[in-house]
Design a protein around this ligand. Structure first.
Ligand code: S3P
Length: 416
């Protein structure tokens, strides 16, 4: 079995959230092409509608007419999406909106203190029960602050930048390690006053509404990652991926797979909405080398680490991941979940407090897997099933709807 063909993917989920949120600050008719169909982005879209923003979607494009955010009727249900819960809180705090934000059982377990503390320093009237959802936000004037984040999190950084758009004076956010910079790039593209220098990014309050914009969203590298991993693991595979987002804060997993042996040919490259985009041609390697991933690169592959742990099972030697403790605070405790699942398949994998050690070469058999309700875990296990000798049974696959509802169909089309 191998995979071959062309992988045409929906737009990047992280950029989609940000583009929707920023469009809500533009009084014109903004247009987004290739909006991803998953439930997470829908949570942001629904939340904005509840706050009075007109959002029309059809298959080809989404149009948003913003500029008039108002107090929502009812609770804003962010579903499973931490990006929605955190970034929407920042946006609403900056625009002086009273709202309650909540989410599903998994999102209610995710840490929110990391946004509550800095937003309160800015003057926000925000409360949450022991640092979790539901969050209650009441109107309060915000002032700009200088804030050093404890955790490297693009979501926290973006929350503060969005809040800063409506604060008095500049807001500076410093991060311990570089994280995805889509908020900064889109705000720069939209000519907001923003500057980045070293580990700091500063935003100034908006003096006038954001301009109307039109964006075609580039293909999501995190959705591409399972298919690319399959290409690396199945001998004889080849895959063309057109229009992929190539932002360096997102494609570290591709560089790691390339270091392992995956053949990556970079074709035509261009810029779209301030982001690097390009076409890739990938070919399976003969064999795979192990890798060593340390803290500085973890934010740039945070959602792809379960897949890399799987790839490490096929490498000739010992692969190590360290400085990845943040994985325990995702949709599931991903360090524990991937270790437990791969161990059940017969992999030689050890769970460490902040990472994993994987000794490659063990033959993977079949087994029963638990996704812990995590869409990224389901995708990793779907790819594990392709290289396991026995049947791999998953407890659920409904959570694929979070980011890629038609994942199975896409995989079937590529498998030969
Ligand atoms: C995201 C940032 C990451 C990532 C998440 C999406 C974003 O989370 O895991 O899937 O869109 O900003 P953190 O920034 O909290 O690590």
């Amino acid at each position: 079995m191998h995979i071959s063909g062309e992988l045409i993917l929906p737009g990047d989920k992280s950029i989609a959230h940000r583009a929707l949120l920023l469009a809500s600050l533009s009084p014109g008719r903004c247009r987004l092409g290739n909006l991803p169909p998953g439930a997470d982005v829908h949570s942001t879209l629904k939340g904005l509608r509840q706050c009075g923003i007109s959002v029309d979607t059809d298959k080809a494009e989404t149009t948003i007419t913003g500029g008039s955010l108002r107090m929502p009727e009812g609770v804003l249900d962010c579903g499973n999406s931490a990006t929605t819960a955190r970034l929407l809180t920042g946006l609403l705090a900056g625009t002086g909106i009273t709202a309650t934000l909540d989410g599903d059982e998994s999102l209610r377990r995710r840490p929110m203190q990391r946004i509550i503390d800095p937003l309160r320093l800015m003057g926000a009237d925000l409360s949450g029960s022991s640092g979790r959802l539901p969050l209650q936000l009441r109107v309060a004037p915000l002032r700009g602050i200088e804030y050093l984040q404890e955790v490297a999190s693009a979501q926290v950084k973006s929350t503060l930048l969005l809040a800063g758009l409506g604060a008095m004076g500049p807001t500076t956010v410093r991060e311990p390690l570089p994280t995805r910079d889509h908020t900064e790039l889109l705000l720069t593209y939209l000519e907001a006053k923003i500057s980045s220098s070293g580990d700091a990014v500063t935003i100034w309050p908006l003096q006038s509404p954001l301009p109307t914009f039109s964006l075609e969203l580039p293909a999501d590298p995190s959705t591409a990652a399972p298919f690319i991993t399959a290409c690396a693991l199945l001998p004889g595979s080849s895959l063309r991926v057109p229009g992929l987002l190539l932002n360096s804060t997102r494609v570290r997993f591709l560089e790691i797979l390339e270091g392992m042996g995956l053949i990556v040919e970079r074709g035509h490259q261009w810029r779209s909405g301030g982001e690097d985009v390009g076409d890739l041609q990938l070919e399976a390697p003969r064999d795979l080398k192990p890798f060593c991933i340390t803290a500085w690169e973890v934010p740039a592959l945070i959602d792809e680490l379960p897949l890399l742990a799987l790839a490490a099972c096929r490498a000739q030697g010992v692969s190590r991941i360290s400085g990845a403790g943040e994985l325990r605070f995702k949709e599931s405790d991903r360090l524990h979940a991937i270790c437990q699942n791969l161990t059940r398949l017969g992999a030689l994998i050890e769970e460490l407090p902040d990472g994993l050690t994987v000794t490659g070469g063990a033959k993977l058999q079949g087994g029963r897997m638990t996704s812990a309700g995590d869409h990224r875990m389901v995708m990793a296990m779907r790819i594990a099933a392709l290289i396991a000798s026995g049947e791999v049974i998953l407890d659920e696959c409904a959570s694929l709807a979070i980011s890629c509802p038609d994942f199975d169909q896409r995989l079937r089309t590529l498998l030969h």
